[in-house]
Design a protein around this ligand. Structure first.
Ligand code: N01
Length: 530
């Protein structure tokens, strides 16, 4: 296919889907390419057992259409992956989005042609599309990270990655399974795999803090209340740092300003309640090590009280700051280590040396397994962008422009790449928020901007190096006011060997939105419109 459109979009997850809807409303032509064979993005790929969102269903959903949010009925407090995928498919049907999406097609390159200010995008199916604008809706957690262990290809059993799970599912019955990683994906899948497998060996490099999710069927009277006031509910959520949880009780006081007894009673209440409310009791958990330690210690004691074998409990107890890696929510994670068929191997003290044809070698011990599951996360925020050969002015690649780490203005655009936008790019709040709220805000900003460029007869919009350097410095200065940079998280790129360490997401959704609106009110301040 060779054609010209106003906007080429890469990705048909929640960001790409909403971009189609907005572009149509503005009378702009659009071509979306999607590697999967249906919509859903992260919820299309992450089909591992137990995959579930940990933002409540009534919040983790589009707000742009009131009829849509009124008619859709969530079944559980936290929607499981199949339900979210079904929701994405429903939206695609309802707004007839698929007609602008070419599925099973991976974008290979996107080059800016300076002679006519157009982008030329090519795909692995031989398509060539020319467009005035290109929007990368490629997702923050979409490029699976598989560590390159020596001997990995010699393994003769089945190998899976949680982020690229087979559509037909996996039956672990009777299998001896090895699972590498103990992040959110692992913590959700381990209890289910353990219940099915003959034996499960978990290879843990860093112990994770996890809070009970207390998932349940949805409370219909709560949903009714939300739906009666959905707009106010969404507006209130947009005023929260993470764009969710306006219904969470927060005390605007230090954890250290109350007695230990009061604090423990509060933590206990929140542990029973489940979910992210746990880290919201006081206002300084992520600001001072002393406040953080109060809650970290509470969780450590909970782990000791749940896990019966003291040596295993000792290994499962995290030492880092709580919340500086993303907090996990679980359904019976620590309890799983009380099962006879589950073994925990610490690979921090004795790293995985190699994979053999039938096992994993760590600390000179070969752990025999016949199935291997990588729950090793993602090359987050930049991985999917940098896999595409993106070139801006003077044929400069995005990889070169981001050699020392991603540089963007507002997480929306990079200097030297005119008319190119990223949805929830590095430098925007994205992964520290309810992603769908962030996606809606970005897609609306981007499509409004495109509409403005088109109607004002301008050829290009792009930021400058000075603006983006100042923005990256600002994002990092905000992070440095908190405890976030204190551990090796994927927010910093620390999980991928060789990846430059830059704190990528911006903390604080409401102030970010104000800044984006101010930029527009000041005639796209910080961008050059030519
Ligand atoms: O990935 P992760 P994830 N040797 O990067 C380990 C979102 N999400 O897929 O911590 C040994 O968190 C690594 O160890 P370490 C959510 O934002 C949301 O679980 O780097 N181990 C870690 O334990 C989440 O944060 C939901 O020392 C190695 C694990 O692999 C994000 O996605 C559900 C290793 C990777 O954990 C990513 O979560 C799932 C090595 N060489 C995901 N390399 C919900 O909404 C890596 N590891 C609930």
């Amino acid at each position: 296919m060779e054609r010209f459109v106003d906007i080429t979009v890469v990705g048909a997850g929640f960001a790409g889907m909403y971009t189609i809807h907005r572009a149509r409303q503005m009378g702009l032509s659009i071509q979306v390419f999607e590697a999967g064979d249906d919509v859903g993005g992260t919820w299309y790929w992450n089909r591992y057992p137990g995959a579930r969102c940990d933002i409540e269903s009534v919040e983790y959903s589009y707000s742009f259409d009131d009829d849509l949010q009124q008619e859709w009925e969530w079944k559980e407090r936290y929607a499981p992956q199949p339900e979210i995928l079904e929701y994405a498919q429903h939206v695609a049907d309802r707004f007839n989005l698929r007609s602008d999406i070419q599925f099973s097609t991976r974008v290979v390159s996107s080059h800016f042609n300076e002679s006519n200010n157009q982008w030329v995008t090519t795909t692995d199916k031989g398509d060539i599309v020319t467009s005035k604008f290109v929007v990368f809706a490629t997702g923050c957690l979409s490029s699976a990270n598989t560590p390159q262990f020596a001997g990995a290809t010699s393994f003769t059993g089945d190998v899976y990655h949680t982020g690229q799970w087979p559509h037909e599912g996996v039956d672990f019955t009777g299998k001896t399974v090895g699972l590498i990683g103990t992040g959110s994906s692992a913590i959700q899948s381990i209890p289910i795999i353990a219940a099915q497998a003959k034996h499960l060996t978990v290879f843990q490099r860093t112990a994770s803090y996890s809070i009970p999710a207390r998932n349940d069927t949805i409370d219909h009277s709560y949903v009714k209340d939300v739906k009666n006031n959905y707009k106010q509910f969404r507006d209130a959520n947009r005023q929260q740092t993470g764009a969710f949880g306006s219904n969470i009780l927060r005390y605007d006081i230090s954890a250290l300003s109350v007695t230990e007894e009061e604090r423990r009673a509060e933590f206990e209440r929140r542990w029973e309640q489940g979910g992210f409310a746990f880290l919201s009791a006081y206002n300084d958990f992520l600001l001072t090590p002393e406040a953080n330690e109060t809650v970290a210690q509470f969780v450590r004691e909970k782990i000791f009280s749940i896990v019966k074998d003291p040596a295993t409990a000792e290994k499962l107890v995290p030492q880092q700051v709580i919340g500086c890696k993303r907090l996990c929510l679980d359904s019976g994670y620590f309890e799983t280590f009380n099962r006879d068929n589950v073994t925990l191997v610490d690979v921090a003290s004795s790293p995985i040396e190699r994979i053999t044809s039938g096992g994993v070698v760590a600390g000179n011990v070969e752990h025999e397994v016949d199935v291997l599951v990588y729950a090793t996360g993602f090359d987050a925020m930049t991985g999917s962008l940098l896999k595409i050969d993106i070139r801006g002015r003077q044929n400069k690649t995005l990889s070169d422009a981001w050699e020392a780490g991603p540089v963007t203005y507002l997480g929306l655009n990079t200097a030297g790449f005119p008319n190119m936008f990223m949805v929830s790019g590095p430098g925007s709040p994205s992964v520290l928020t309810n992603m769908i709220m962030s996606i809606e805000q970005h897609v609306e900003w981007i499509t409004d901007c495109i509409s403005h460029i088109v109607s004002s007869g301008k050829a290009t919009i792009e930021t400058t190096e000075k603006n983006q350097d100042e923005w990256v410095a600002f994002v990092n200065a905000v992070a440095d006011m908190t405890l976030y940079p204190s551990c090796n998280s994927w927010y910093l790129g620390a999980n991928v060997p060789g990846k430059p360490r830059v704190f990528m997401p911006l903390i604080g959704f409401p102030t970010y939105v104000d800044k984006c609106n101010e930029v527009v009110a000041n005639g796209y301040e910080g961008f050059v419109l030519a």
